[in-house]
Design a protein around this ligand. Structure first.
Ligand code: ADP
Ligand code: MG
Length: 581
């Protein structure tokens, strides 16, 4: 492993994607050989045509015609070979990009939430779009060149050796001189491209954050600060791009100058050795025809370098370990929920422990409330149930079966979740309520909306249930969004209900209305309710008080009040607040 140079590994892996389409690659290669190889016949006929045309004394019209037809045939072959080679190889290139994008997106669906808290959305979007495009250049551009240019180069060289080997060898000396700068500047281009891609993704992050956080930016008067932050990244991108231009474009003039030197030398040689017109013309053409393949092959190196940074980033994403994995033969739950159980569960996000030895048994139909100060681990505890995270120690079971044994689908259809930050898709209200359900039943949607106290405001909107909610539900108020999220949970009709501060964005009046909907929805269901306002959970069957990731108290509202512990303290705090208001 260790003797493989670092850059070779993503490259090899990348071309393995291309090899999946080896049939088309082969056809592309064959056409490349035809297109490239035809250069030899083309040059030979060019020389002969020229000689026949200029040899006024002995040349026959017949040989002129024959060689002319030959010339046209070889040009045609070259065109056809070129065209189909490009077509087939680009086909593979675009297909590889499609595959990579599909894999990236599939991976993003599998990755656990902790991955998303480590990476910005701008960065992830850039990987799936920009980086894959970079890679596509490497696969189609580079492979197309490799399938064609070497043969054109060999054919041109072969022809030169065939016509005048001394002159050919002399010409060969020029070639390495052409290659030298390509190698040197190629390295620089690679370095700068990698940096520019990184800066570009930073720039996207700043932009993305700024746009989605526009309210906060304005409210805190941070426009100038944000602009400076953006401009700084923007300048960095410019700096890198311009360095790439400097390094990359120095190649062409250098090669052209060297080519000019070559042609001049050939002319001197022609003078000394008395070449025929045909020999000279075809030799010069061979030199000219060599230039393009050589240039392209020179570029191959750079294109690969440029794509390698992108490929590395893509493979890093694809190799990201999936911590929360779905079992291969995951089961579903084909019986009613009997109990949900936390068995000595501890959890950490990576730093300190967030949940400590939680033992908890929730029976079917039980309504359990979690209270505790902010950061005590309530949301974390609730997020272990749909397996957003897995416990670091201990296990969570449903009807005695470890949650890890369920298929995601099997587990998650048992659960309806409403959180504080509700996410709505830029789709109609009806589709947002029915999100994730196979059947979209307008009557049930309306019923769910009525029960979530959302029906009235939906009817007031321009197109009722078909109104588009705008990106992230931007056209709705926080309370409206939350009522839609509750309607979505009602529509889902799952046996386990998790409400994480589900009514926190509502005003008192709507909360009272929605609360009755929630109470009704909870009937007969196993529920975990996290509420900031203790008044909403007073009637829970059991209240658990969390403190620093431990359950420190539990019991009914009355029992806990009587204990004069943490719950009593939290209750008095809120009670004092409400009387003051
Ligand atoms: P609560 O819902 O009770 O307010 P949380 O469960 O959200 O508390 O958070 C418990 C602790 O875990 C807090 O200290 C919080 O900072 C930390 N935490 C929450 N989410 C993450 C995360 N994605 N990555 C790292 N730490 C987190
Ligand atoms: Mg929380």
């Amino acid at each position: 492993m260790s003797e493989v140079p670092l850059e070779a590994r993503p490259l090899r892996r990348l071309y393995r994607y291309g090899l999946a389409y080896s049939g088309r690659l082969l056809v592309g290669l064959l056409f490349g050989i035809i297109g490239g190889g035809s250069v030899f016949g083309l040059l030979k006929n060019l020389g002969d045509v020229t000689d026949s045309a200029f040899d006024f004394a002995t040349g026959s019209l017949r040989s002129l015609l024959v060689t002319s037809v030959g010339l046209i045939v070889f040009f045609t072959l070259r065109g056809i070979g070129h065209y189909f080679s490009i077509y087939f190889i680009n086909w593979v290139g675009f297909k590889v990009v499609e595959d990579l994008r599909r894999e990236c997106f599939g991976k993003l669906q599998k990755l656990q939430l902790s991955f998303y808290s480590r990476h910005s959305s701008g960065e992830l979007i850039s990987r799936v779009t920009n980086d894959t495009t970079q890679v596509q250049h490497a696969v189609s551009g580079v492979v197309a060149d490799i399938a064609q240019q070497p043969f054109a180069l060999i054919a041109a060289l072969g022809y030169m050796l065939y016509t005048d080997w001394v002159l050919a060898v002399l010409s060969l000396v020029v070639f390495p001189i052409c290659i030298a700068p390509v190698v040197i500047f190629g390295r620089k281009v690679r370095k700068y491209s990698k940096q520019s891609q990184e800066h570009l993704s930073d720039l996207s992050s700043v932009l993305q954050e700024n746009v989605s956080g526009v309210r906060v930016v304005k409210a805190f008067g941070m426009e100038v600060y944000e602009e400076e932050k953006f401009n700084r990244e923007n300048r960095k991108v410019f700096g890198r791009l311009i360095k790439i231009v400097l390094a990359r474009n120095v190649n062409q003039p250098l090669m052209e100058i060297v080519s000019a030197l070559g042609i001049v030398s050939v002319l001197v040689y022609v003078y000394l050795h008395r070449m025929t017109y045909g020999e000279f013309i075809s030799f010069a053409a061979a030199l000219a025809l060599m230039y393009h393949p050589a240039k392209m092959l020179g570029k191959v190196h750079m294109e690969i370098q440029k794509a390698m940074g992108s490929a590395e980033r893509i493979f890093m994403l694809l190799d990201e370990p999936v911590e929360v994995t779905e079992p291969t033969n995951g089961v579903g739950l084909d019986e009613p929920v009997r109990e949900l159980r936390f068995e000595n569960v501890s959890f950490s996000y990576g730093d300190g422990p967030v949940l400590n030895q939680i033992d908890l048994r929730i029976e079917s139909g039980e309504k359990v409330a979690l209270v505790g100060s902010s950061g005590s681990g309530k949301s974390t505890l609730a997020s272990l149930v749909p397996r957003f995270y897995d416990p670091t120690h201990g296990r969570v079971t449903l009807n005695g079966i470890d949650l890890k044994a369920f298929s995601f689908q099997g587990l998650r259809t048992q659960i309806a979740l409403v959180t504080q930050d509700t996410f709505l898709f830029n789709d109609s209200i009806a589709n947002n309520i029915a999100y994730g359900q196979a059947d979209v039943d307008p009557d049930r949607i309306e019923d769910a909306a009525r029960r979530a106290n959302a029906h009235e405001f939906i009817l007031e909107m321009s197109e009722g249930y078909q109104t588009l909610v705008g990106e992230r539900g931007g056209r709705l108020s926080g309370g409206q969004r939350q009522r839609l999220a509750i309607a979505r949970a009602i529509y889902r009709d799952a046996p386990i209900l998790i409400l994480d501060e589900a009514t926190s964005a509502l005003d008192n009046e709507s909360e009272r209305l929605v609360q009755s909907a929630i109470n009704e929805m909870m009937k007969g269901r196993t529920s975990i309710v996290i509420a900031h306002r203790l008044s909403t959970i007073q009637h829970a069957d059991r209240i658990l008080v969390l403190k620093e990731g431990r359950i420190v108290e539990q019991g009914t509202h009355d029992a806990l009040l009587a204990q004069s512990g943490v719950y009593r303290y939290l209750y008095d705090l809120q009670f004092a607040n409400t009387t003051r208001m």
